[in-house]
Design a protein around this ligand. Structure first.
Ligand code: GDP
Length: 304
């Protein structure tokens, strides 16, 4: 059995090195294999369709190099097209001209937002920033505590809505929008240059959740809204990303649980559907299991 796309396509074209240009027949023969590889990697169907159309267009008439057979040549095109799509707009956090930079995290419950908040705050601290974490997830009973634990591990202070937290401002208990606003004010007073707001998620997309996240966005005017999505979500990635993109809007994507056995198709689906850059990957439960997103590694992961 041939497992990787490279192996499968290479076997289709065994011994056909350097036979000139790629023909329509070559490309049609490979399209089925490419489609299968992408679906196996859990890329959503509409994204697969559009991707293959792109590859076909690009491959037609391309010179087959002496060193490769047509199958390998197509794989090279697929790999580079994937990298381009996944990485065309990879970028760092946009910092506000006047601090604090406000970063808001959104996503379904269990996506990995609270965990990511700790990781990202540590990453930013290591870069010389002075972040403040804000616990505006008041939905999940344990979320505030969890963020406080993560903050402590990261050595980053947490602004949380319960008595006992020192604050220059009134205790905004109970209202996530007020907590988020107060958190930003707190950062200004205490001169934190970045504020990271953790928000509530639901198990499924719902209107109330979207409205709350949207209200927090309107109240805090974030420089970045990062959509955290579980890489294991597979085909559901499209509907979830669409709902958050329309309901709240986001500026970048974080893929979590990349340490699982997901092949990473969600990355391609989300990028296709929303056009928003994938900025970071979360790769475990630990505070340091965090990476800046690498399009080339993801492309290989999807294809291998
Ligand atoms: P939230 O509801 O979006 O805030 O999600 P959490 O941050 O609470 O994460 C939900 C669960 O997933 C927790 O048990 C985390 O420890 C776990 N988790 C978060 N990120 C990752 C990751 O990158 N890899 C793995 N294996 N687990 C993760």
């Amino acid at each position: 059995m041939f497992n990787t796309l490279t192996e499968r396509l290479s076997s289709t074209f065994k011994n056909l090195r350097g036979k000139g240009r790629l023909t329509q027949a070559d490309i049609d023969a490979t399209a089925r294999e490419i489609r299968r590889a992408l679906l196996d990697a859990d890329v959503a169907v509409p994204a697969v369709r559009e991707f293959i159309a792109h590859v076909k267009e690009r491959a037609l008439g391309e010179e087959v190099s002496e060193a490769l057979n047509p199958g390998q040549q197509v794989v090279k095109i697929v790999q580079s097209e994937l990298e381009e799509i996944l990485g065309g707009e990879t970028r760092n956090i946009h910092l506000a001209k006047t601090p604090p930079t406000v970063i808001m995290l959104v996503g379904l419950q269990g996506a990995g937002k609270t965990t990511l908040a700790g990781k990202l705050s540590k990453h930013l601290k290591q870069q010389g920033h002075t972040p403040l974490l804000v616990a505006a997830d008041l939905q999940r009973p344990n979320a505030v505590k969890q963020l406080e634990v993560n903050g402590e591990r990261a050595g980053v202070p947490v602004f949380a809505p319960h008595p006992g937290v020192s604050s220059e401002h009134e205790d905004p208990t109970g209202n996530p929008v007020e907590v988020a606003k107060a958190g930003v004010e707190e950062a200004k007073v205490r001169q934190h240059d970045i504020v990271l707001i953790d928000t509530a998620g639901r198990l499924g997309v719902d209107q109330e959740l979207m409205q709350q996240a949207s209200d927090i966005r309107a109240a805090t005017n974030p420089d970045e809204v990062l959509f955290v999505i579980d890489a294991m979500i597979g085909q559901d990635a499209v509907a979830t990303a669409q709902a958050f993109n329309e309901g709240v809007g986001f500026t970048g994507v974080v893929l979590s649980k990349m340490d699982g056995d997901a092949r990473g198709g969600a990355a391609l689906s989300v990028k296709y559907i929303t056009g928003k850059p994938i900025m970071f990957a979360s790769t475990g439960e630990g505070l340091d299991d965090f990476e800046v997103f690498h399009p080339d590694r993801m492309a290989s992961r999807i294809l291998d």
